[in-house]
Write a protein that binds this ligand. Structure first.
Ligand SMILES: [Zn+2]
Length: 695
């Protein structure tokens, strides 16, 4: 009997394996390799389901891409035209991008660790593939350069095709493809070292789980309930030096010694990154020098909207000048109303560990979530409200659809279509936190849609990942104000992708929109939440169905104005810009001190302020000196929003004008030109100053 059971288990396993082999799926594609998604089932197929699938997809995409690359390189001059050059290279990106980005998504959300690791490894492999076989491929660059200088001059190319050619040439050049052999080799070595250091930076940060051990006596001021919930190690409580428990102590613990000790532990987290940062900055600057730029900031900003560090500085200094009087006034109020027992330093400043105690300057940001409005924002109702608003303004149809086949049962799907039922995008929503899931909020590109030259068009696939408050057995998922902002924002990226379908895959969606513009459309949608009508449409108490009371609406709308965010972005923006403009005479700490003190008058941060060791943007090249971008895009968004508000927040004609001028271009046009076309003038920041009370 036992034997028979065993036998049938074996048979079952073999059958299951055979099933799996047969079931290996690939991203559905047309004959040229562009992802062609024709149904919900096709959309689900974009995400690999097994490790075997990840491996096979990665290998297959690389093989197809190599064939195309070789064909471009060996193409005789007389046959070099847009089909054999531009569109052939575009197909390389269509193959690799629509393989690597879904793999990256799965690597961030899949519940199985082995699968996640496999995805991360293959995502890296495919990134390296593009870097080595495309961007640093000197033979490929040579062919493109010759095509650009000769045949392309005579050929009728569209504006988008010319833009692609220009973008690709500068991508080759920035990767060092135009350098002499020894310089190119030197650059390659430095780039590899940068990648190692960046990985080390993130690793040092995630490895540092410093804990602060305290006795109950050291937690005077904290509630019994709070203390009882803490993890214990023997007689002591173990507090992490970051996250919400850390902030609770900073806000409420009555003993200065506890706050100070915890602050010191917190600010020295990942201190090993001090050396990593120093080397990283030196190498980034060296790379820029080899490529003929004055500094890494000059190199990095050259193809952003701001184009030069000086323009970014001008912007940040203007923000600082406008914001400082408010920051000073606020600091003075704080000094005037210091809680009992708090003393100032000799030169009249607040010690940093006292700044947060019993309410402080930046408490204004947190206060948006302190207003208990979440009972009025159950997820389903709020999501339906968002869908209604987006449907009306953008004149589209958004449908919730059932799915069976995804990486987790929480995942849901919506389909975005035009009014005449042409599907534009499938958007997968993975909204609740899980262990080891990507812990921030993001819209992952997966497969972008395209508008083919023959007139057909394919929808795209996007994944929105959030970590919203989960439903409980007796309550639905209730959203905080910042949850709602997040969902408006991330869904905005998904719509930008849906509208941004272009004829070249490389330009489609948002993946190649400059970093100092790509957030503008999503931040613009956040401003909708500053409208009383929007809040009314979104709110319905989960028990009574009543909308949020008028007084609370006022409070919520007021929270759209967040000057502490302006302070923070100005400070980090300036600090990171300065760090990437070589100044050998100053240490990182000295540069940091200048900007933190400039932007936070009346606060004493001490001389060894190592917060930058935890600043992930510093350790990631795609941010580097571009921190100003957070504020820059927000300020541009206000300019666009003001225009739309004049025309009507639910006016589909206003929506169409905006889509035509901005979203529909994806990454096929310079962002400055898109904004000028939309606004009919140069973009300006007056609307932002007005919104923030910084006039
Ligand atoms: Zn965003």
């Amino acid at each position: 009997m036992k034997k028979r059971i065993l036998l049938s288990i074996i048979t079952l396993c073999t059958f299951a394996q055979a099933e799996e082999v047969r079931k290996i799926t690939f991203v559905p594609r047309d004959i040229e390799g562009y992802p062609r998604i024709c149904s919900v089932e096709n959309a689900c197929m974009v995400y690999p389901k097994t490790i075997q699938e990840v491996k096979e997809r990665s290998a297959f995409a690389q093989k197809e891409a190599l064939k195309l690359i070789n064909a471009i390189i060996t193409c005789p001059v007389e046959k070099q035209h847009k089909k054999t050059m531009l569109y052939a290279l575009d197909r390389v990106y269509a193959w690799v991008d629509s393989t690597r980005y879904p793999i990256n998504t799965v690597g961030n959300v899949h519940p199985d660790e082995v699968m996640r690791n496999e995805c991360v490894a293959h995502y890296m492999e495919l990134n390296n593939f593009i870097a080595e076989n495309v961007e640093s491929n000197r033979a490929l660059y040579k062919v493109f350069k010759s095509y650009h200088d000769t045949n392309a001059q005579k050929e009728a190319l569209t504006a988008q095709e010319r833009y692609f050619l220009k973008t690709m040439l500068r991508t080759f050049e920035r990767a060092g493809s135009g350098l002499s052999d020894d310089k190119a080799a030197q650059l390659e070595k430095l780039k590899k070292r940068c990648m190692e250091l960046e990985a080390q930076f993130q690793k040092n940060l995630s490895d540092d789980t410093s804990k602060f051990f305290v006795s109950k006596e050291q937690l005077v001021g904290m509630s019994e309930e709070w203390i009882a919930s803490l993890p214990r190690e023997g007689e002591l409580y173990a507090l992490p030096a970051y996250g919400s428990l850390y902030w609770d102590v900073m806000f409420y613990c009555e003993l200065e010694a506890t706050r100070k000790a915890m602050y010191i532990l917190g600010v020295n987290r990942a201190l090993a990154n001090k050396a990593v940062t120093k080397e990283l900055l030196a190498i980034r600057n060296k790379r820029a020098e080899i490529l003929g730029y004055k500094s890494f900031a000059d190199f990095d900003l050259f193809y952003q909207m701001v184009e030069t560090p000086s323009k970014a500085w001008e912007f940040l200094k203007e923000m600082q000048a406008r914001n400082l009087p408010y920051a000073k006034k606020e600091a003075e109020e704080r000094i005037h109303n210091l809680p009992e027992g708090i003393s100032l330093t000799k030169d009249g400043k607040i010690k940093i560990w006292d700044l947060y105690y019993k309410g402080h300057i930046s408490a204004r940001k947190q206060s948006s979530d302190k207003i208990n409005v979440s009972e009025y924002f159950p997820l389903e109702h709020t999501l339906d409200g968002l869908i209604k608003i987006y449907e009306q303004f953008f004149d589209i149809v958004i449908e919730k659809l059932p799915i069976q086949d995804s990486w987790h049962s929480d995942v849901r799907l919506v389909r975005v279509s035009t009014k005449d039922k042409k599907v534009m995008a499938y958007v997968f929503l993975d909204l609740f936190p899980r262990e080891k899931k990507y812990s921030h909020c993001v819209a992952f590109w997966c497969a972008d849609g395209v508008k083919k030259l023959d007139g057909s068009s394919y929808p795209g696939v996007v994944t929105v990942v959030c970590n919203l408050t989960k439903p409980s057995p007796d309550k639905p998922a209730l959203l905080t104000y910042s949850d709602i902002t997040t969902i408006f924002h991330e869904f905005g990226h998904a719509l930008h992708s849906a509208f941004g379908r272009t004829s070249l895959y490389y330009q489609s969606g948002t993946k190649n929109v400059t970093r100092d513009f790509v957030e503008t459309p999503s931040q613009m949608l956040e401003y909708w939440l500053g409208s009383r009508d929007t809040i009314k449409m979104l709110s319905a108490h989960y028990k009574t169905g009543q909308p949020l009371p008028e007084a609370s609406i006022d409070e919520v709308v007021k929270n759209c104005k967040n000057l502490s965010y302006v302070s923070r972005c100005t400070y980090f923006g300036m600090f990171l810009l300065a760090l990437h403009e070589e100044d050998k005479n100053k240490t990182i700490e000295q540069i940091n001190k200048v900007f933190i003190e400039q932007n936070n008058p009346c606060v004493d941060y001490g001389d060894e302020y190592h917060n930058y060791c935890q600043l992930t943007q510093l350790g990631r090249e795609n941010y580097g000196p571009k921190y100003y971008g957070y504020l820059w895009t927000l300020a541009l968004a206000a300019d666009v929003f003001e225009q739309i508000q004049k025309e009507g927040l639910l006016n589909p004609e206003a929506g169409k004008k905006y889509v035509d001028a901005i979203l529909s271009h994806g990454g096929s046009k310079d962002a400055n030109d898109m904004l000028r076309d939309y606004l009919g003038r140069e973009p300006q920041f007056d609307a932002f100053y007005k919104k923030m009370g910084l006039e």
